[in-house]
Design a binder for this molecule. Structure first.
Ligand SMILES: Cc1cc2nc3c(=O)[nH]c(=O)nc-3n(C[C@H](O)[C@H](O)[C@H](O)COP(=O)(O)OP(=O)(O)OC[C@H]3O[C@@H](n4cnc5c(N)ncnc54)[C@H](O)[C@@H]3O)c2cc1C
Length: 435
């Protein structure tokens, strides 16, 4: 690729925020040979999906999981030289609640893989299996569209989904994908995820679990790609003001002027950069109206011999939803990551109390489990927006010419995920190119 210094398009883009959305935009602009400068407030890249160091070990700010349907994320990883086949453990859709429920998708053509998974699942009655198949067929007939959005629980009830089927399949899938409990999550967005994950190519439903820390998956190689091709990525450089001048957009972070700006901040971080633009009042209102949901990850380091029966295990009845065995995934023997998605009683416990109760839940499953050598709770209080029925999400394009938004919260048919962040960044980059 030509270096950007050799090119002059008169287009000079500031991307504010180096999460997955901002970096996706920067990579796409770099590929289009457009000069790009990325400003990131934090010293690390990756935003809500970043590497952190705990007890001298490189870990993630929260356990993440991707699925095969994350088409654009996987494509962009390849563009920047991060090989998904090496960095992600690919496993066919499998949900295990030991002794209670087990579902595994065989390597068959879609949607036969799902039908076979439901028919052979353990822990479902015959009636529940049939009800699940009828539900998926009905959704397919309606192209996964419902006339009016409603909470997921209502949709499930309308289609006779009950008992173990909701407890071990639909509700865990909903809270994992939408980070919003089924009682108040958007049925339409849930159906969009089911459409792409369960009714696409068979590989779309695969679970892709990181084998490397999140920074290596995309943020670090993306920044290298941008820099190597003439752009700049500046961690530790917060942008506090944004103005429009006759010579272009001005940021307090430097003297340069920019023809275009992509604001790739989290929804709770964006308001101060919009307040000098009267035309953006409606955008500010719609962003402010988005509620948020937390995700807690508790790392517990046990002696190296401790392991779970599989990389990812479902838990119910306590506070934990999933346990990831980082020994199996990242070759850190004895390290378990417990995930608690969405809001709940755990938010009022102190971190020590929560880690203690998670250890007790694990001890009930692994009798004789010794005390952890260390434990750490990472509470991401604003992990994602709360994906409720019919919420209005702002578009990438704003009423201010050449000023765009990018992030997992912008209008799309996906919940807040790595894929929605990446797609939003790509869309913003595309708008710059078409302007
Ligand atoms: C614990 C946790 C677990 C998750 N699990 C999953 C999962 O399993 N699968 C999945 O697909 N998704 C998951 N997600 C969601 C996913 O991480 C997010 O959807 C995605 O990272 C959002 O990216 P983004 O670029 O839109 O926003 P962000 O990551 O929030 O990026 C915004 C960036 O802007 C920077 N910034 C803010 N203010 C300024 C400023 N003034 N100047 C410069 N920079 C600024 C921030 O520091 C940040 O780096 C999870 C999220 C969390 C927190």
């Amino acid at each position: 690729m030509d270096r950007l210094e050799d090119l002059d398009h008169g287009v000079n883009v500031a991307v504010i925020g180096a999460g997955w959305a901002g970096l996706a935009a920067a990579v796409a602009l770099t590929q289009a040979k457009i000069r790009v400068s990325v400003f990131e407030a934090a010293r690390h890249l990756g935003g809500r999906a970043r590497t952190v160091e705990i007890e001298g070990v490189k870990l993630d700010n929260g356990q993440h999981i991707l699925i095969g349907a994350y088409r654009e994320t996987l494509r962009l990883m390849r563009v920047v030289g991060a090989d998904p086949d090496k960095l992600l453990l690919r496993a066919p859709l499998a949900i295990e609640y030991p002794g209670k429920f087990s579902l595994r998708a065989p390597r068959l053509r879609a949607p036969l893989h799902l039908a076979a998974a439901l028919l052979t699942a353990r822990g479902l009655s015959w009636g529940e299996r049939m009800a699940a198949l009828r539900f998926m067929q009905a959704m397919r007939r309606h192209a996964y569209r419902i006339a009016a959005d409603m909470p997921v629980v209502e949709l499930l009830a309308q289609h006779g989904q009950a008992g173990a089927l909701t407890r071990y399949l639909w509700e865990p899938l909903c809270v994992s994908a939408l980070n919003t409990p089924a009682a108040c999550a958007s049925a339409q967005i849930f159906l969009n995820v089911l459409r792409d994950a369960l009714d696409g190519a068979r590989e779309a439903s695969d679970f892709l679990i990181p084998r490397a820390d999140l920074g290596q998956l995309f943020p670090e190689p993306a920044a290298q790609f941008v820099r190597a091709n003439g752009g700049s990525v500046r961690p530790g450089t917060p942008v506090r003001t944004l103005d429009q001048t006759e010579s272009g957009f001005a940021l307090d972070a430097g003297p340069e002027r920019y023809s275009h700006v992509i604001l790739a901040l989290g929804p709770h971080q964006i308001d101060p950069l919009l307040d000098r633009f009267a035309a953006l009042a409606p955008v500010r209102q719609s962003v402010a109206a988005l509620a948020c949901e937390p995700i807690y990850t508790c790392y517990l380091q046990y002696p190296p011999g401790i392991a779970m029966p599989q990389a990812m295990t479902g838990f119910d009845g306590g506070s934990i939803q999933w346990i990831f065995d980082r020994g199996r995934l990242n070759a850190i023997p004895g390290l378990l990551a417990a995930v608690i998605s969405a809001r709940g009683a755990h938010q009022s416990a102190s971190q020590d109390t929560l880690a203690g109760s998670i250890h007790r839940e694990l001890s009930a499953f692994l009798p004789g489990l010794p005390a952890p050598l260390w434990s750490r709770v990472i509470a991401e209080k604003r992990a994602t927006f709360s994906c409720r029925p019919g919420i209005a999400r702002p578009e990438n394009r704003t009423p201010v010419e050449h000023l765009y938004l990018a992030g997992d919260y912008t209008d799309s048919d996906y919940p807040a995920t790595l894929e929605s962040a990446v797609r939003s960044g790509l869309l913003a980059a595309d708008l710059v190119q078409r302007s």
